[in-house]
Ligand binder design. Structure first.
Ligand code: FE
Ligand code: CA
Length: 515
């Protein structure tokens, strides 16, 4: 098949073949030599707009030993072409890869045409990178009958191989949406198939090494090289269950914010993010809005950086506990006031068929069954912030964007849920439909406990925590088709991936339907 050959070449383009096929026209600067292949971490693209995209790479001949780059700043030429053979180059330029940014490269390409594929590559000295493929967004309002996205989250490296990404890279998507836990800071779980090999990162160099380890995975590289990504973070990019400047493991806020600054910086460096998301110390504006023709408005939220401390746990780990007055305090926030106001503006301005809210975790209430007469709430999720959740859903209900779809991750389980205007009153009208991806690899909750919780929360229409995978979403004219794509065996790199369940959301009708 010609198509699969094309994809294979995407990730295995070599210096020799690429250079012979279409050499870069310019040679600049002093001769540059690398001790070995500098493109060990692959190439990536992200933040697609109708006329541009962010291109990413990092020069790292020795990725697990600080990068191994000679010298300080290196000039990197880049090309974007309309064809895989680079016969029709649409844009080119030179970027600087500086030691201060771990020799990462972020190029914000502009001047491209909407809704079409492009191929890109980099060159530093004699070394030409593998070729990546990307796709620009359709022009605002342009008729877009189908838009396909893949939803990913939670990829604990030690828990399995990235068969989910291998499967994703072999299919056709316009976009990957990643909603967090791109790395994990610590080792946990049963029967690891591979090891981090280093301890919990707290410095910038240590976080960079963790990203390099994850990004060395060929299947993750393939998914980055095949599609543009939009991404937001959850807790494990910094520290388990942190909230704003609070962490139950590092109690000193000043020290924790230093770690958060290093973690945010390394995240920005290693993902194809635009310059506006670049952190300033421990702060970064990651929440963002994108529009794809007449098909999709998508907002990506950041529910970690600005949230109130976990309720009812007195600074301890926010587990599943009984409620208390703190949980239902009206002032508690998940998004912070500025992001809440921005979100309301975006919902009022949404003008496409599908309005996607990509956030970290499960929005639907999933309170544990009563134990000693009291229900238990997962204080790290929206159940720990019920008034913030009510405001989020009331904003959607009153702004009335078309077909709101909420996407999430974090829980290491597949969920499909009907979202009522107030989830504490699930009998009310459904205002949005929610789908939560399981995890690419991260081990899930106890299946029996999850089934009991799902049974006690009827608005959660589907819940499975025993399978890893991702979610495919095809936004059509009359309906959205949603597939839960499950990995047979995450301990096998070549594991098959099969459809576990299929749902449809009809235009104008909020709520989960099995298809
Ligand atoms: Fe996770
Ligand atoms: Ca998480």
């Amino acid at each position: 098949m010609i198509r699969s050959l094309g994809r294979r070449r995407l990730v295995t383009g070599t210096l020799a073949t690429a250079a012979v096929a279409a050499p870069f026209l310019q040679v600049r600067g002093a001769p540059l030599a690398f001790p070995s292949d500098p493109w060990t971490l692959g190439v990536a693209s992200g933040a697609p707009t109708p006329d541009g995209v962010v291109l990413w790479t990092r020069l790292a001949p020795r990725p697990l030993e600080g990068g191994g780059m000679p010298g300080d700043t290196v000039e990197v030429d880049w090309q974007v072409a309309e064809d895989e053979g680079f016969a029709r180059v649409a844009a080119r330029g030179t970027a600087r890869a500086a030691a201060a940014s771990a020799h990462t490269v972020h190029v914000e390409v502009t001047g491209l045409r909407p809704a079409r594929p492009y191929w890109y590559r980099f060159r530093a000295g004699p070394a030409v990178s593998p070729v990546g493929r990307t796709r620009t967004a359709p022009a605002p309002g342009a008729r877009t009958d189908t838009l396909r996205l893949a939803l990913a989250s939670c990829q604990q490296y030690e828990h399995g191989y990235y068969a989910a990404y291998r499967d994703m890279a072999q299919r056709e998507f316009d976009l990957v949406v990643h909603v967090g836990d791109y790395i994990y800071e610590r080792s946990w779980g049963r029967n690891p198939v591979r090891h981090h090999g280093t301890g919990v990162p707290t410095t910038l160099d240590e976080f960079r090494t963790r990203y390099a380890l994850y990004r060395l995975d060929p299947d993750l590289q393939a998914a980055h090289a095949a599609f543009p990504w939009l991404s937001t973070w959850d807790d494990h990019e910094v520290m388990d269950d942190y909230a704003n400047d609070r962490s139950y493991t590092v109690r000193d806020a000043e020290r924790f914010l230093k770690i958060r600054a290093a973690a945010y910086r390394a995240y920005w460096e290693h993902l194809p993010l635009p310059a506006r998301a670049r952190p300033n110390g421990p702060d970064a504006t990651l929440y963002a809005h994108y529009r794809f023709g007449d098909a999709m408005d998508i907002v990506l939220l950041d529910d970690r950086q600005y949230r109130s401390p976990p309720a009812c746990v007195a600074g301890g780990r926010p587990g599943s506990v009984a409620s208390c007055d703190e949980r239902t305090d009206e002032r508690r926030t998940m998004l912070g006031a500025a992001q809440e106001a921005w979100f309301a503006d975006r919902m009022r301005a949404a003008s496409t068929r599908w309005t996607v809210v990509a956030q970290q975790t499960l929005v639907a209430e999933l309170a544990g069954p009563a134990k000693d007469g009291e229900r238990r709430y997962w204080m790290d999720g929206w159940d720990g912030y019920p008034n913030a959740r009510r405001r989020l859903l009331e904003t959607i209900a009153s702004a009335r964007p078309r077909n709101p779809l909420v996407l999430g991750g974090d829980r290491h389980a597949f969920f499909a849920a009907d979202l009522a205007r107030d989830p504490a009153r699930p009998e009310g009208p459904v205002v949005a439909t929610e789908f939560v991806g399981s995890s690419i690899t991260s081990q899930g909750p106890d299946p029996a406990a999850l089934q009991r919780a799902v049974a006690a929360n009827p608005q959660v229409r589907f819940g499975r925590g025993d399978r890893r995978g991702y979610v495919s979403v095809e936004l059509g004219v009359k309906r959205a088709a949603v597939g839960f794509e499950a990995v047979d065996d995450p301990t096998q790199r070549d594991s098959a991936v099969r459809r576990l369940a299929t749902f449809a959301v009809e235009d104008g009708v909020a709520g989960v339907r099995r298809a």
